[in-house]
Structure formats: C-alpha cells, structure tokens
Design a protein around this ligand. Structure first.
Ligand SMILES: [Fe+2]
Length: 247
C-alpha cells in the first residue's frame, strides 16, 4: 500500500529555469579546469540545461594562473570543439565562452597591459572571483582597472566568501565600486554550506543580486539544481529581476 507521507514528491524538471533564459557561469569546456573532462560530460549537462529551459549557455573556465593557465586562444579552441561535438549530436543550444578570472598577480598584470579579456554581453561583463577566505590586498586596484579597461565587473558567488559571510557590509563597498553580484543557485539549496545559503538569501532579500547562475562543474551539480524548485525561496527567485535575460 502506498503511504502518502513516505512517497517522494515528484515534479517535472521541464522548463523549471526558463525564467532565467541564459546561464552565465559554468565549467563546461573539457579538460582545461576543474569542470568537465570530456565533451560527452559537457553534452550530458547541456542536454539537461536545455530541458530546464535555458536558451543559451555562456560557459566560463577558470583563469587562475597557479593552476589553470588558460588563454583566450585555448578557450576559443575548446569552445569550437564543444560546438562541433554538440552539432554532431544534434544539440542546438547556443554555447558561448568567456572566463572566470581569479584576482591574482597575473590578472592584475593583464589589466595593466590592457590585454583583451574574455567578457560577455553588450555591457562587456567580466566575471571574477577571489580566494574564499580573504580578498586580495590589491582588490580595489583590480576593480578600478577592470572598469578603466572598459569592462563591467561581476563578482562570482559573493555568498561563498568567508569575508562576506563574516562582514555583510563589505558588499556595500563592493557595490559602491560599481561591481555587480552573481549568486550561485546551488548556494540557495545549501549545497556548499549553511552560511553560504543564509548569505545568498540575505543578498537576494536585500535586492543586491544581479545575476543567478549554475557554476556547474559536473553532472551531479547539474542534477542537484532541480532541488531549488522545492525550496521555499524558489518563488522569490522566480519573481526577482535578474539581468540573465538581457544576455
Ligand atoms: Fe566557477
């Protein structure tokens, strides 16, 4: 006999994230960072994203000079390989690429040299991250240079940084410098930590977030995203004015 109370609630995953339209943070170029390692793995995730209702994917490999020495050329070559693979498998979801820049000495140097950086959207959004515990000493200089080079800085997953979790007012300084904030969907379902979840909710409640993204590295994360639908916070997320749609 079925028990009403023990049966797992089932729901359709079709179009659950169609309100976002575009995902702008993921690691789907094979073998160049800690994301997917093969084009088949990327395909599995992209098929699922298509089912979720996304109409475009902007994937953003790490550029973190101590670990992932990715250049625009490496990224473009890998993107072409993925596009070809998707075409071969009759997947017609458009995929573009930019990067997730780690604020390190190398990043600062590229900015000082006015090198062409990978960005997305008409406003030239540049996605960047910092270390999880502390922000770098040259943080303000980096933001100033990003803007001086004609890019619009977007801070990836502010809710995951311990320095933000411990000092929420820090975000005011960040916003005053003209930085936009990108929250991770997985943070909202407690995937990383309770602190990250609480901070993500606080950012959205205070209307400080601009983008909502998957930051997907592998199929397990891609599947876990579905749990957001069952979160009491989902309605708020659905009704929020995200900039994703403008991309
Ligand atoms: Fe990322």
């Amino acid at each position: 006999m079925f028990s009403f109370f023990t049966r797992k609630k089932e729901f359709s995953t079709t179009s659950i994230f169609s309100f976002l339209q575009v995902d702008l943070h993921s690691h789907l170029l094979a073998g160049i960072d800690d994301g997917v390692q093969t084009e088949s793995q990327a395909l599995e995730i992209i098929e699922l994203f298509q089912q979720y209702g996304y109409r475009k994917i902007i994937t953003t490999p790490h550029i973190l000079w101590d670990f992932y020495k990715n250049t625009p050329e490496i990224i473009r070559t890998k993107l072409e390989k993925l596009r070809f693979f998707l075409q071969e498998n009759q997947i017609d979801l458009p995929v573009e690429a930019a990067a997730e820049y780690y604020v390190d000495e190398h990043f600062l140097q590229m900015l000082q040299n006015h090198e062409n950086l990978l960005c997305f959207g008409e406003k030239k959004y540049l996605l960047f991250e910092t270390g999880f515990l502390n922000y770098p000493a040259f943080w303000e200089e980096a933001i100033f240079l990003i803007k001086a080079n004609g890019y619009q800085p977007v801070l990836a997953h502010p809710e995951r940084y311990v320095y933000v979790q411990n000092d929420f007012n820090f975000l005011e300084k960040v916003l005053e410098l003209g930085v936009l904030l990108q929250v991770n969907m997985l943070s909202l379902i407690g995937y990383y930590s309770l602190e990250a979840k609480k901070t993500a909710e606080k950012i959205i409640d205070a209307n400080l977030a601009h983008f909502l993204a998957t930051d997907c590295h592998h199929i397990r994360q891609a599947k876990t995203l579905q749990n957001l639908v069952q979160s009491p916070f989902f309605r708020k997320v659905q009704n929020y004015k995200w900039l994703n749609q403008s991309l």
